[in-house]
Design a protein around this ligand. Sequence first.
Ligand code: ADP
Ligand code: MG
Length: 481
Amino acid sequence: MQNYKTVWSNCLQIIKDNLGPNNEQVFRTWFEPIVPIQLEDNVLTIQVPSQFFYEWLEEHFIDLLKRTIRLQLGPNGMLKYSILMDTSIAGTPITTSIPSSGKQATYNRAKEMPLVVNSDDNHREIPNPFVLPGIQKVKINSQLNGNYTLENFVEGDCNRLARAAGYAVAENPGRTSFNPLLLHGGVGLGKTHLAHAIGIKTKEKHPDITVLYVTSEQFLQQYVESVKNKNTNDFIHFYELVDFLILDDIQFWTSKGVHTQEAFFHIFNYLHQKNRQIIITSDKAPSEMGSLEPRLLSRLKWGLSADLSTPDVSTRIAILKQKLDNDGIEMPEDVIEYIAYNIDTNIRELEGALVSLIAQSSLNHRQITIELAKQMIDKFVKSTSREITIDYIQRVVCDYFKLPLDSIQSPTRKREIVQARQLTMYFAKKLTKSSLAIIGLQCGNKDHATVLHACKTVANLNETDKQFHFWVDELEKKIRE
Ligand code: ADP
Ligand code: MG
């Protein structure tokens, strides 16, 4: 009797060898997370983290998996997936066997509705800015920005899942479980870029598909307009002609437009039922979109929600290099690294810094050097000066005294930690607008009297103790940096 763990670890070895050394990242992303759980009657069950993961394996590695299983378990060997946490589609069965034929369903959708409306057929105008009436036909303009392609969307840990999901959607629009695909992440992290890129890739792969990109704000305006003109039905009908709808920045709706949301809800259902693809972006996670219509919110949870997070420094360097490459500009390596290390907020700011630096150098006929970069970034960072938070103060203080970050929260009475806690309280009082009670709460659940006492103690020591005075001085500089 073979042990399932041994069998899977042999499989992994085969897979790794087959993928080769250039695909280590692929191996780490798609195979390392798999957990073997059972071997019974020649059926090996493996656990995968999500429906998305399962589909990805099936789509990209089915042949490799089959060969591997055959080598390990013989011709009757089978692989069964157990999906750990299915956030994709309600009601999907928990286990899915590898399909014996392994054939891919080809994307071949008959159109239910003509996308080109002959104006001769009916004289009804579709009142929408995206419909450009031609002499014979009306055509929908996608509103896609050709500069935002998947090819120039640099891949990194911060966007791997979203990018991969986007790619899968472009290959098989409306036919994956990522429908809707929800892209979310903070400002300037690439949601809009990726959404356009998926639309462009889709058109490349399926030229007949009608893609439409629209911002939530535009959608809202059109809707309001249609209400005013009493042709909301035409408005809805127009959206029902679309095969692939991208709605950008849905968080814009959370504060307004109940009726707009209803109209969208209607359109959403219609498109979804007909297996048309929907992509939605938001700078909030679904769980934080409290004021979105609950029915709509629950729809958004049907598909895949993919995060875009802050890029790490190597991705930031890669992004800068790509932008420079695109524009045919050369820049010394150390300057690129300097910018990448210093601008860590988001990609829009990273680009902004790069552009200012290039502008500075060409306006003043100065060479791009690290000194110039320093001057520019100093200004740049100051102008976008971040708000000082209690959290941030804690980090600076702990870092300064080389204490673990959670020590301030702990109840310990150790002298050095008490001191660090008091300093944190003092600076929180001085540099933030937080109340004593809030400061106490965030610094180890103390009451406001303790915070007050801490502030007095620090102020006293600052005047009487030389060493202490030095610390306070240094810390304040660091916090304000
Ligand atoms: P968001 O919509 O999330 O606010 P954007 O999509 O507008 O962010 O991105 C901001 C800028 O950063 C754009 O100019 C975009 O091209 C660029 N950008 C974002 N992510 C990437 C990436 N992975 N590779 C290259 N450029 C990127
Ligand atoms: Mg955007």
